[in-house]
Structures are given as C-alpha cells and as structure tokens.
Design a protein around this ligand. Sequence first.
Ligand SMILES: [Zn+2]
Length: 167
Amino acid sequence: MTFDKLRCALYNCCKLNKRTDEDFLRSALALARNAEKRGEVPVGALLVLDGRVIALGRNRRERNHDATAHAEVEAIRAGCQKVRGWRLENCTLYVTLEPCPMCAGAIVNSRVKRVVFGAYDPKAGAVSSVLNLFDLPLNHKPEVTGGVLAEECGKMLTEFFRKKRKK
Ligand SMILES: [Zn+2]
C-alpha cells in the first residue's frame, strides 16, 4: 500500500480506496463464474450501499427449480433482508447482464437508485435493448449505466452457450 492510499484509508477520505463501477462489476463476474460451475447460466449481481457490498446474487434457476431465481432478484431479496425493509433507495445494483423485464420490475419495486450492468441483452434486455422499462411513467426511475466490462461479461455467456451446444 502506498502512503497516499494508507493516508486515505486512515482518514477514510475514500478518494483513492474507492472502488469503481468496474471493480464492483468484476466481483459480479466472479459470482457469475460461481453460478456457471453449478451448471447455471452465468449471471452474477451485487448490491452496494455507501461503497460497501451488502448483498450478493447469482443465477440459481436450475438449483432452486425456480424461474424467478435470477441473480438480480436473489441480490434484491438478500439486500432487503439486510436493510430490514423493502426499500433499497440508496443502493446501486451491479449485474453482469442487462436486466430482463422481471428484474427491471423488481428494481423499480425495491427503489434501487442506480443500475450498472455489463453485457447488453438483445433478446430479453428490458432497460435498453428490447425495451426500456425505466422510460415508462412509473413511480420510480433508476439511473442506468450499461456496457461496463461488456466484452468480458458477454464473452462469459457466449462461451457458456457454445459449450452447451457442443454437449
Ligand atoms: Zn432477470
């Protein structure tokens, strides 16, 4: 650790130690990889509040026999338990793939402040690609940043499906 970083950590000024969107998305990628090892479509998500990770999620549809067990829903459920409430007003959700309509709905319902996603999903993406649910006149409008580490996030999915087709 450099002295500047140490000083920042000690004074908690967070200028140098602050994790970036890319850092958090890299952690979400690790969760996606973990899902893949269990035979799931590799998607990972996490919730961040005040620069700290408060909840994790990974796709668990196969394991749970649950069509709704998307990474985002898992992270939102865990996050609500963590804050002991259903509002995630100051949270940012990081996810490796653009949210589908169900997850975009869950994001609106939980009042997540900001969404950062990796790869665009031309088949089911509901915050940019197929439609933009957040553009509708709903009671909550999250901020969105898309395409962060898009190549890495997309590659993980295309490799997964390519391997699957070979089997
Ligand atoms: Zn989803």
